[in-house]
Design a protein around this ligand. Sequence first.
Ligand SMILES: [Zn+2]
Length: 450
Amino acid sequence: RRPLESEVMLEKDRISYFYDGDVGNVYFGPNHPMKPHRLCMTHHLVLSYDLHKKMEIYRPHKAYPTELAQFHSADYVEFLHRITPDTQHLYASELTRYNLGEDCPVFDDLFEFCQIYAGGTLGNRKIANASFCFVISLSFFFYCSDAARRLNHKTCDIAINWAGGLHHAKKCEASGFCYINDLVLGILELLKYHARVLYIDIDVHHGDGVEEAFYFTDRVMTVSFHKYGDMFFPGTGDIKDIGDREGKYYAINIPLKDGIDDTSFTRLFKTIIAKVVETYLPGAIVLQCGADSLARDRLGCFNLSIEGHAECVKFVKKFKIPLLVTGGGGYTKENVARCWAVETGVLLDTELPNEIPDNEYIEYFGPDYTLKVPNLNMDNLNSKTYLSSIKVQVMESLRAIQHAPGVQMQEVPPDFYVPDFDEDELDPDERVDQHTQDKQVHRDDEYYEG
Ligand SMILES: [Zn+2]
């Protein structure tokens, strides 16, 4: 039969992908490990595999200072807006206060860079929420029919922003190459429509900025898998840190040691995430896919293959809960690009041929020009005993939630007020620039290709 128009629309809205080539052109400095150029490489791999034909591509709006200040302090946002490499010598005390300098240098177009990657993550919410409302009206329309139930249960809205995922940024300061915490901003938006949001982080570093922002609330559960110990950055993320006050048991930390491999990581990930989703019943999931947990990362110390990393993405997708996927760390850029291209494929149910098609950055993928990267021959310092003790402690924490019935099942509580952002109140000069006008790239031609 021909699909209903409503089903077609739903299908079209399934996957939104955000990209702005300008983010890839900023430069942190010659010896800095963060290379935004990896985002251009990722995007061109995605294009070379024709994945853009299977999703909606958007150019994100540049987030406005008022949007950034929904989480960050206004003075910090204002300083980021104002500071330039040429003027920074005049602001020594502010640079110290906001932790700008070595790890988080001031570079040309810093603020615009933040606006774009945060705009991508914030933009997701607009799509996700639009679809969410759409699903509600659909189910009303097909009330009591199988179609509604089928649509509701099979609906899977996914938004991808590989430029986002800067999980270390704090309310009033930069940290670990992160200036603005787009994840916190995205989650705050999702909380306007969803009673509970689950945040999952597979970057090799602890997702400290996101955990800290929601440490005292049960409306966001944060789950971070990361290297812990040996003074590894940022130093937080002990298994004993489980949240506090209303948020007690709603922060989960999985501290790991060097060399964790695909088998142990994915087994632990699936066991824990399955139980978390079953217990917490999130309305939306935010997945930070930092690629510095891959083997051979310049700063990382894990031994995951791209398949192992992508297996986690595949697993989360299977829950068919509205999903926002971001990038994060990742410092061996050809592998970051490989990983996020493969994961874009996973989200589109498309397996990519191992041989990389010709593209603008093909020379980076030599000498083999393939997607697969072999694991390293390194010891896994995570013993079976150690991993099972972690699992036991996490399961205990989750049981504590189950024993507090009612809390996790409530509707969106009205008392958690997140002020709405009114675009009409903005300075019109700032609003109507070319960037805003062409922020949306329609792909209708591709869509009807069948
Ligand atoms: Zn990282």
